[in-house]
Structure formats: structure tokens, C-alpha cells
Design a protein around this ligand. Structure first.
Ligand SMILES: *Cc1c(COP(=O)(O)O)cnc(C)c1O
Length: 332
């Protein structure tokens, strides 16, 4: 038997899968002929862009809210759920709450682009703009929890949330049983931690490759320091990878350290080229955070020849002006 990794066991991953079935999409894993030829490898794309909210975070939010209803009853959530988010998680909580019949308040920092705010409001959740970064938005969340009895749905640092994201790992193992390597965008670590927990339980030889931003990557610094480190949030094409990992990180820092085999940082120019490549050759519009795997292969000249490689196309929440910025930066 495999021991649970920081609360994420194979059992909790399969329970998550059961809970999110019918709420989140079991996304396809498609081969990219253009990228496979370019790198002399088998490059597979996991299309989380096909989730109804446009990003994988629906998996984690749905799993946590459904698990709380299962354990404590719907009445325990009548004051509603709340979170702070750089956008995709807020949208995920709004969508999951609406579908599970629970009210939601989403707190967003002022750096979050306007398109993401509107996308949350149309799902029926209340949006509050507070603070300059995710940590500041969390102060309002804490108040809603303490004073108004709301329930926090954290964007990454929770075993139920990570297990929800980790259902991607179960699907990868089924669709590509001999996968050599998976590239995962890494910010708070729920995505990489969950996928890693699933894959390391099933096929430990598959390499888990994390990719972070060059600037403002709290997880990079925290892994080096061995404890949560706070960083200044920097505007990036990959805005979904911004934000801290939380001063009191309980789960995902340790989980990421345990399941990740290698870790790269990518520049804005490399992200810009990858976003344009994916639109041009795959005809898929992705946000910067979804392009970092490709950016890492190109920028670090990684040798993936002969390998079966999965790239997690984690989301499509990109504003047109952000895509224009990517094209300008890439010069194409
Ligand atoms: C949140 C997010 C990530 C990173 O996930 P973490 O669990 O915070 O590491 C990557 N891509 C997209 C599109 C996201 O929304």
C-alpha cells in the first residue's frame, strides 16, 4: 500500500474523481503533430482549456465543496463559500458553488485583469476588489470567515483541492500509461502536487517537471529556503502563476518538494513565443500559465528526443490585450 502524501492518497484521488464526474470535464489528451516533429518526441497536450470555466481549477473547487457537503451536510455551508484568487480559481468556486447550490463571495486583487472579473460575476458570485496582491485579498477572506461564518475554499493549499487537481494525473496515467515526463505550471502547487501524488503512486518513473516564472516565483524561493517565502507580485503574461504560497503553507510546499523531479524558470519572452506557437500550430488560445511547459523546453533547450511528454494546457483565461502584448514581445 502507498502512504498518503500530505493528505493526498490514491484513495482520496479516486474519491475526488467520483465527486467531480459530471461537474468537470474528463479532458482529452491529444498528440501535437507540429510539436512532436519539432522536438523529435511524442508531445501530448492535456486540454484543460476545455473545462466549462476554461481552466483545471474547477476540479479542485468542485471536489472540496462536494466533500464538505458530503461530510457536514448542505446546511453547514449556508453562509456560503469564499476565496481570493487571481481569477481562474474564483471562477471555479463561483461555478462549483452555483452548481452545488451554495452562495459564493470572491475577493480579487486589483492586478487581476478585467476580463477575469466579469467572467466570475456572470456565474452569479459576488466579486470584491481588495488589495494589491493575493495575500492582501486574503485578509478580507479571513474576515468573511471569522465574522460572517463563510467557508474558505483555498486556491491550492488543501489536500481536497490538490486531490481534485490530481485527477488530471489519474487521467494521464490511463491515456498515456508509459508517459516519460509531464510539464506542469507551478505557482501555489495544488496542480503539480496533485498530479505528482497521483503519478508517483501509480508510475514513479514518470518525471514531474515544474515550471515557474523567472520573477515573483514564491514557490521557487520557498523550495530553496525550505519554508514559505514572500515575494513581491510582478505583472506577467502568465498572471495565473503570480501570488504567494501563503505564510502558513501546510500542504503544497511539502507535497511539491516530495513529488517534483526537476524545476525550471521561464522568461516572459519565452512564454510569449510559446503562446503564439500554440495558437499558430495548434489553433488553441491559451493563457501564459498554460504555455510555460513549451517555454521551458525551448528556453532551456531540454532534450526530450524519443520521450513521451505531456504538457498541461492549464487554462485559456487570456485577455485580448494580454495576447497582443505576447505577440509584441515575441515580435510575431
Ligand atoms: C492556478 C493555475 C496554475 C498553477 O496552479 P497552482 O496549483 O497554483 O500551482 C497554472 N495554470 C493556470 C491556468 C492556473 O489557473
Amino acid at each position: 500500500m502507498t502512504l498518503p502524501r500530505h493528505g493526498v492518497s490514491l484513495c482520496s484521488l479516486y474519491q475526488a474523481r467520483q465527486r467531480i464526474a459530471g461537474q468537470a470535464v474528463r479532458t482529452p489528451l491529444v498528440r501535437s503533430p507540429a510539436l512532436s516533429a519539432r522536438f523529435d518526441a511524442e508531445i501530448l497536450l492535456k486540454l484543460e482549456t476545455l473545462q466549462p470555466t476554461g481552466a483545471f481549477k474547477l476540479r479542485g473547487a468542485t471536489n472540496m465543496i462536494a466533500a464538505l457537503i458530503e461530510r457536514h451536510g448542505r446546511d453547514a455551508l449556508r453562509a456560503g463559500v469564499t476565496t481570493a484568487s487571481t481569477g481562474n480559481h474564483g471562477r471555479a468556486v463561483a461555478h462549483a458553488a452555483a452548481h452545488l447550490g451554495v452562495p459564493a463571495v470572491i475577493c480579487l486583487s486589483r492586478l487581476v485583469p478585467a476580463n477575469k472579473v466579469v467572467a466570475i460575476e456572470v456565474l452569479g458570485a459576488e466579486v470584491r476588489r481588495v488589495g494589491r496582491n493575493q495575500d492582501e485579498a486574503f485578509i478580507e477572506v479571513a474576515r468573511l470567515v471569522d465574522e460572517e461564518g463563510m467557508t474558505l475554499i483555498p486556491p491550492f493549499d488543501d489536500a481536497l483541492v490538490a486531490a481534485g487537481q490530481g485527477t488530471i494525473g489519474l487521467e494521464l496515467m490511463e491515456d498515456a500509461p508509459e508517459l516519460d515526463r509531464v510539464f506542469v505550471g507551478l505557482s501555489g502547487g495544488g496542480l503539480l502536487g496533485g498530479i505528482g501524488a497521483a503519478i508517483k503512486a501509480i508510475r514513479p518513473a514518470t518525471r514531474i517537471t515544474g515550471v515557474s516564472l523567472s520573477d515573483g516565483a514564491a514557490m521557487w524561493k520557498s523550495l530553496q529556503a525550505g519554508r514559505p517565502v514572500e515575494v513581491e507580485e510582478v505583472a506577467s503574461l502568465a498572471d495565473s502563476l503570480g501570488g504567494g504560497i501563503g505564510r502558513d503553507n501546510r500542504c503544497t510546499l511539502a507535497l511539491a518538494r516530495e513529488v517534483m523531479d526537476e524545476h525550471f524558470q521561464v522568461s516572459e519572452v519565452a512564454i510569449a513565443h510559446a503562446m503564439v506557437d500554440i495558437l499558430e500550430h495548434e489553433k488553441l488560445l491559451v493563457e501564459g500559465a498554460a504555455a510555460v511547459g513549451l517555454a521551458a523546453i525551448v528556453e532551456h533547450k531540454l532534450d526530450v528526443r524519443g520521450q513521451k511528454v505531456a504538457l498541461i494546457l492549464s487554462g485559456n483565461g487570456v485577455a485580448l490585450e494580454t495576447f497582443d502584448r505576447a505577440r509584441a514581445l515575441a515580435g510575431r
